[in-house]
Design a protein around this ligand. Structure first.
Ligand SMILES: Nc1ncnc2c1ncn2[C@@H]1O[C@H](COP(=O)(O)OP(=O)(O)O)[C@@H](O)[C@H]1O
Ligand SMILES: [Mg+2]
Length: 364
């Protein structure tokens, strides 16, 4: 199914398969499920396996010369003992995410409202994904930190379970883990602060464009220093408490990223509609920042996005999405999208129980 270069509206009644269609696009580009479900749930009920392919046509440059096209393939099996198989241009690859030509994606799902409303762990995980998206060459900063934390916690647990050591012997045992954790923690804190700084302006701008009143602010509350020596000193200060608990009490795993509007927490003082607008502003602002950082604009996937938005906000959202790259926007009624009939807007009508019937505008 070819998609136009701008916005494509995916419409159909509840249960028709709109989210499914967006997930197929995501799966084909990343080799992953955006709902983080096991493979057997991705395979059609009753079938043993499923396969999706995504064809990527390079964006033509100023001379009209296209970048090389690629075909991304993902095979999933309903059997628990079978791994996902990914390929590029027919050649098996270990990870699609590492392929330089794979499309980048920015996603809004109704479930992701927990990013604004829910606890800090989700925001930390999201922020850490953004860190990688903004600086792919930096590698897995979060993974390095979590591994160092896991190792130190394992030792703390063992020390707690076998008490009786004196402070200097504890300090001696912990020293190598303190050092590796201090480096990883300072690195992660620096990367997170840098990422928030990079997106803050774009997110505030998008929030204004989407009609959120007041200024949307992302406030990263780091409890950790960005200087490894300071982190090391702080870890050493807390040996006794950490051993008593059996885990590392302080660090980037406890940080909070607060989403505020004019200084007030949006999770507490925002309406449903305002929270939704805020999350959309974050998704679009991050898309802008990633485009600026890596020179390619992520494809925007917005699932079931118009519910809970009034007419004015729908218009503003469509204005924001149109004219800035490729986007797939799913809605129950196409007329929830002002301008859906315009010739530059692609349309996919998803009919229950059938393959998507498509009417696609623009260049594929
Ligand atoms: N593995 C599966 N095999 C077959 N049908 C499925 C599977 N998973 C979900 N469904 C069904 O697919 C339908 C479409 O779901 P979905 O894409 O969420 O619809 P929409 O987003 O249009 O409301 C639902 O009725 C759901 O029960
Ligand atoms: Mg849906």
């Amino acid at each position: 199914m070819p998609l136009g270069p701008g916005m494509t509206v995916v419409s159909g009644p509840n249960g028709a398969g709109k989210t499914n269609l967006l997930e197929i696009a995501y799966l084909a580009c990343t080799g992953r499920s955006f709902r983080h479900v096991p493979d057997r749930e991705l395979v059609r009920r009753g079938a043993e396996a499923g396969h999706v392919t995504g064809d990527v046509t390079g964006t033509p440059d100023a001379d009209g010369a296209g970048a090389p096209a690629h075909r991304f393939g993902v095979g999933v099996s309903a059997r628990v003992d079978e791994r996902r198989r990914t390929s590029v241009d027919g050649q098996p690859v270990e990870r699609l995410l590492d392929h330089p030509a794979r499309p980048l994606l920015s996603v809004f799902l109704p479930d992701r409202m927990v990013l604004v409303k829910g606890g800090p762990a989700l925001r930390r995980a999201h922020l850490d994904q953004l860190v990688v998206a903004l600086r792919p060459s930096g590698g897995d900063v979060r993974g390095r930190f979590l591994e160092a934390l896991r190792q130190r916690n394992a030792l703390l647990g063992a020390l707690r379970d076998r008490p009786g050591r004196d402070a200097s012997s504890i300090a001696h045992r912990l020293d190598p883990w303190d050092r590796s954790l201090a480096i990883a923690a300072a690195e992660l804190t620096r990367a997170r602060a840098g990422a928030v700084e990079r997106i803050a302006g774009a997110v505030a701008g998008r929030a204004g464009q989407l009609g959120l009143e007041g200024r949307l602010e992302l406030d990263y509350r780091a409890r950790t220093s960005t200087d490894p020596d300071e982190v090391l000193a702080a870890l050493r200060d807390r040996h006794a408490g950490d051993v008593e608990r059996g885990f590392t009490h302080q660090g980037p795993h406890r940080d909070e990223l607060a989403v505020r509007r004019d200084g007030r927490l949006l999770s507490r003082f925002g309406s449903q509609g305002e929270q939704r607008i805020a999350l959309l502003a974050i998704v679009l602002g991050e898309t802008d920042a990633v485009e600026e950082a890596v020179g390619r604009r992520p494809i925007v996937l917005l699932d079931d996005v118009m519910s809970e938005l009034d007419r004015r906000r729908r218009e503003r959202l469509v204005d924001a999405v149109r004219g800035s790259g490729q986007a797939l926007v799913s809605v129950t009624e196409a007329d929830h999208v002002p301008g859906a009939e315009d010739p530059d807007v692609g349309r996919v009508d998803v009919l229950p129980g059938r393959a998507a019937a498509t009417r696609v505008a623009g260049r594929a």
